[in-house]
Design a binder for this molecule. Sequence first.
Ligand code: UDP
Length: 324
Amino acid sequence: MRVLVTGGAGFIGSHLCDALLDAGHEVRALDDLSTGTLANLTAALARPGCDFIEGDIRNTSLVERALEHCDAVVHLAARIGLRIIVESPFDTLDVNARGTESVVQAALKNNTPVLVASTSEVYGYSTKIPSNEDDPICFGSPTIGRWSYACAKAYDEFYALALHRERGLPVVVVRLFNTVGARQSGRYGMVIPRLTEQALTGKALTVYGDGTQTRCFCSVRDVTAALSTIVSRIHALAGEVLNIGNPVEMTILNLAKEILERTASTSTIEFVPFSQAYPVGFEEIMRRVPDISKARQAISFDPKVPLESILDDVIAGLRSTAKR
Ligand code: UDP
């Protein structure tokens, strides 16, 4: 197959390009290089069957041209990261809602199947653990900037699934839970690259709150393997929503301790109150755990990479970037 990957120069997108090429597919990456970088695609672009187009997903005619001769599109392009979301709420909504409309509309022209990347953020305040694809969702007030991201992503799901139901477009939605690994930038807030960079540079590790909040971290290697499988079975899975994550739960304090151990760092841990850590308009979610039984059944999804290996990937990636 020939697959268009929007957001292909980003963290997950570039790993997906590698995984799709490994699986024998051809790949076209489309990215506006706002948070992604061409350096992420160095290895992929050196291989036959991979090309790159720079551009904005809101430009539907550009997306239509990028989709020419493609058999599927994986739509990952989005504004991400808490700083960007809170500081640029209009742009976040515009790219994450209108940009998705544009990609899905372009795909509809030739009935090209679409895999839409959504997020665990759509579960919002839901206190039911673990989160199941059919659970109700509960967002905070529109006066709280954080929720614009979740709201736009939930809208993307409704939009794409509506086109599946009413117009027969093959659509699969995946909700990604804290995907982590090499090439992820700490610049936009993500905890593992941030704390690892702090540990490697001798700075105190900034644990927000008292560190008892938990997350489930899934290796980008497990995630891209799952996405590649979904792409190859996209017609059979059309209309489905799947959680993709690793259900192993960890407190942020234990994560910080593990990072200190694996980097052999002498850094200390600094507890930063949420009120100082976050810009106005941000609320912390204390727990988020995926129920992956549906993905296990549908695609034999079985995340295998343990947190220790994920951290070693991140540490090696940051060390090699520091050397360059
Ligand atoms: N976090 C932290 N220190 C940091 C950055 C994040 O303690 O320097 C915490 C944050 O409060 C959250 C968790 O790490 O509980 C995961 O944050 P991230 O932004 O990576 O993901 P998300 O909150 O979107 O799940």
